[in-house]
Design a protein around this ligand. Structure first.
Ligand SMILES: NC(=O)c1ccc[n+]([C@@H]2O[C@H](COP(=O)([O-])OP(=O)(O)OC[C@H]3O[C@@H](n4cnc5c(N)ncnc54)[C@H](O)[C@@H]3O)[C@@H](O)[C@H]2O)c1
Ligand SMILES: O=C(O)C(=O)C[C@]1(C(=O)O)C=C[C@@H](O)C=C1
Length: 313
């Protein structure tokens, strides 16, 4: 695949990285929280990604913090000015903000510029960005499968994407060279790149990411309701099971509201399947069907242990 971008007989990506021009002359990050600041830090730490990095954010206190952290060459509060002259732009804001941001930046995107993103949903991103795409600007939707429950510019780190997948969902009419350049960006950040269609992506992440978050947020509330009923500080007794299970419930409100609202159909489908499966287990518990219960536990153990062997846990 690298041949598409580097050309036949050209240097390998590794040789290019250590030699000459970086992938982007001016890479603009719209939003520089956990993910945006991690990209900037990785670009600085690993080299060969961007000659200069522009970070845009709106809030004055975040602007000051990004300046103090020093991972961007330019910190720009105006989105239109931030993207002007950039050959790469990465949207790193909650997916519900995409349409508004795109309306602001579209007239200022340079012809030939690559517009990509890191959003956790892909169908909605294509729906919101494609109609506003100026001619000559290449859209390459992307989603790094890496993160933490922390947010904001202080939370980022250069190694976040190492050994993690990044999923690209290129448009049917998309430019293969632009797709390859974004793939190379993620490889240089240390990721493994996969491509799939947006619909498949949204189903996959609904089960492996969005549903677990929905359940974690919910179980915290359920435990808290019980505390009110029993007048007992239930959560005081939460040992490692509850703590491990609910780590992700500390995640950002805006980000997760937008994900739930923008992957509605796939999330509801996975929730319905999960509900059906948990009802089956509840029925076995009610009727004392030990074999069924054991079978479910064994299967869960096998799957979880498989994750550890593949070093994803
Ligand atoms: N956190 C994760 O684990 C994770 C992982 C993969 C992908 N993502 C995706 O990455 C994107 C960013 O998430 P994050 O974790 O970096 O969030 P974050 O909250 O750490 O950072 C988002 C930043 O965007 C800024 N912002 C919000 N709306 C804006 C707007 N309209 N214009 C300019 N700036 C705006 C916020 O002030 C914040 O600084 C989201 O789309 C999310 O779905 C997150
Ligand atoms: O590790 C975490 O805290 C995360 O929530 C990361 C996580 C995930 O669910 O795996 C969250 C959302 C993303 O879109 C990708 C990764």
């Amino acid at each position: 695949m690298a041949e598409q971008f580097f050309g036949r007989g050209a240097a390998t990506p590794d040789q290019v990285r250590t030699q000459a021009a970086p992938l982007f002359e001016r890479l603009c990050l719209i939003g520089a929280g956990l993910i945006g600041s991690s990209i900037a830090r990785a670009a600085r730490a690993k080299g060969g990604i961007a000659r200069s990095i522009v970070a845009h954010t709106r809030r004055p206190e975040t602007l000051d913090r990004i300046r103090a952290l020093g991972f961007a060459d330019v910190v720009e509060p105006d989105a239109a000015r931030a993207v002007a002259g950039a050959d790469g732009v990465i949207l790193c804001v909650p997916v519900g903000a995409y349409a508004g941001v795109m309306r602001e930046i579209a007239p200022h995107l340079a012809p030939g510029c690559i517009l990509t993103d890191v959003g956790s949903t892909k169908g909605s991103v294509i729906r919101d960005l494609r109609p506003l795409l100026p001619p000559g600007v290449h859209l390459v939707p992307a989603h790094p499968m890496a993160g933490t429950e922390h947010s904001g510019p202080d939370a980022g780190f250069a190694e976040l994407f190492e050994g993690r997948y990044c999923i690209l969902t290129p448009l049917r009419e998309g430019d293969p060279a632009a797709t390859e350049r974004v793939a190379e960006l993620w490889r240089r950040c240390g990721s493994m790149v996969e491509r799939m269609d947006a619909e498949t992506h949204d189903k996959v992440v609904a089960i492996v990411s969005h549903l677990p978050h929905l359940i974690a947020f919910t179980i915290c509330g359920t435990a808290d309701d019980l505390a009110e009923e029993t007048r007992e500080a239930v959560l005081r007794f939460a040992a490692s099971g509850f703590r491990d299970f609910t780590r992700i419930a500390a995640s950002d409100v805006d980000m997760w509201r937008d994900i739930f609202l923008n992957n509605r159909d796939a999330l509801l489908e996975m929730l319905a399947r999960f509900t059906e499966d948990s009802h089956a287990l509840a029925r076995a518990v009610r009727w004392g069907q030990a074999d069924f219960i054991e079978d479910r536990i064994r299967r869960g153990r096998r799957i979880r242990r498989g994750l550890i062997e593949r070093r994803q846990a």
